[in-house]
Design a binder for this molecule. Structure first.
Ligand code: BGC
Length: 400
């Protein structure tokens, strides 16, 4: 069996009840109240909207604030249909922002942005050598992560575009929409997409995706939020405990392209079927930055095959920060989930001057398997005219 972390990792490998939070007010406030609402029409469901700055190309962007009855706050921007802030209470009710991001659109357009919180696509993760063949035609995409295509490519990747926003009148929800024209970033078909963020009173952040096309095209959308349940910029995630509902993972080559083999996690450091502390079996344990790593993956960067039937909602992951007691469960109808342990974070400065160190946050990206378009045996990512791409991921928060 091929191991993702050959010697080092294999050696290391040798080695829920949820308390739903009370509807209580948070014990202390962080900056969750910003920005100032502009709606002010007396509607109790009014969703605050504020400017988020102009892009380099001169396009205006906005940020929307969703709040629930328990004091949770999520902020989302039209730039990249991105989740910018997420304020969650700890076991004593203290709110803190748990995701990486920037204070304005200039930060998101800067070099420090590694897909923070964005909607990623048209096809998230990698496509081998930026090539695929569909209906007899070969397509060539940007190889922006040499030698492969990553997260939708270059300047017109979905994460770099300004989406149109429509706040809901009934729920704490915003729907972002965007049509990507035929040939954009090399992909076929005019692809019309909608991404809806909903913050519920059950302390869930729900993300619904929809897309239609006029020509067969691969689609694989995800959200790329980086979480640190102790608070973004508060240190590493190595002490977080992770459970993954996955018996198998997709084995990859050294460039993180699936070999096509589905391998069992049993007896490897990828076995998170029971909760494990992330730092317990991570390779290059002592590494303080990316350059210190000797393994090709630099830590965890794997697609896990979620147990149960794709297309039905089921638990994919549970993450807990023992210090604060914050817990996040992820439920999805997607076949896979990418666990990425922030291996390229580089002390970049984010919101409020906070620094995001190496392994200072992690991503749990629900998705179809990487490079599916080149693997007939993987669940298909091809959307056909007349069909609707539809997928949902729910993040459920609690503290214990
Ligand atoms: C990928 C990593 C990549 C990162 C970029 C993750 O989804 O799995 O390989 O480096 O995104 O931020």
């Amino acid at each position: 069996m091929q191991s993702p972390f050959p010697t080092l990792f294999k050696t290391a490998a040798a080695a829920a009840s949820i308390l739903i939070m009370n509807a209580c007010s948070p014990a202390s406030e962080d900056n969750a109240g910003q920005p100032e609402p502009q709606t002010g029409d007396g509607d109790s469901n009014a969703i605050a909207k504020a400017g988020f700055g102009e892009t380099k190309a001169g396009e205006a962007t906005e940020i929307y604030t969703l709040t629930n009855k328990n004091g949770l706050v999520a902020k989302v921007t039209t730039y990249g249909a991105t989740l910018v802030e997420l304020h969650l209470p700890d076991k004593d009710g203290n709110l803190v922002d748990v995701i990486n991001g920037f204070d304005n659109v200039a930060g998101y357009e800067g070099d420090g942005n590694q897909y923070f919180g964005c909607t990623t696509g048209r096809v998230c993760n990698r496509i081998a050598k930026g090539k695929f063949t569909l209906d007899g035609e070969e397509y060539t995409l940007a190889t922006n992560n040499e030698p492969n295509h990553l997260h939708g490519g270059g300047d017109k990747a979905l994460s770099k575009q300004v989406w149109k926003a429509e706040p809901s009148a009934e729920a704490q929800a915003v729907t972002f929409s965007l049509t990507s024209p035929d040939g954009e970033e090399g992909y076929p078909g005019n692809l019309s997409m909608k991404v809806t963020y909903t913050l519920t009173d059950e302390n869930e952040l729900r993300i619904d995706y929809e897309a239609t096309t006029d020509k067969a095209t691969p689609v694989n959308l995800t959200n790329h939020a980086y979480f640190n349940l102790g608070g973004a910029g508060s240190g590493t995630i190595l002490s977080h405990e992770l459970t993954l509902n996955a018996d198998n993972y997709t084995a990859t080559d050294d460039t993180l392209i699936p070999t096509g083999k589905i391998e069992p996690v049993a007896d490897t450091a990828l076995d998170f079927r029971k909760a494990h502390v992330i730092g317990e079996r991570i390779p290059d344990k002592e590494a303080k930055e990316t350059a210190d790593c000797e393994t090709s993956t630099l830590g965890y960067d794997h697609n896990f095959v979620v147990n149960g039937e794709a297309g039905t909602m089921r638990l994919a992951a549970r993450l807990k920060d023992p210090a604060s007691g914050r817990v996040m469960e992820i439920h999805t109808d997607q076949p896979g989930i990418q666990f990425y342990s922030g291996n390229f974070l580089m002390e970049q400065e984010g919101k409020g001057g906070k620094k995001y160190p190496f392994r200072g946050a992690l991503c749990l990206e629900t998705q179809h398997f990487p490079d599916s378009v080149n693997h007939e045996d993987f669940p298909s990512t091809i959307l056909k005219p007349g069909d609707t791409y539809s997928t949902t991921t729910v993040h459920r928060f609690s503290a214990e």
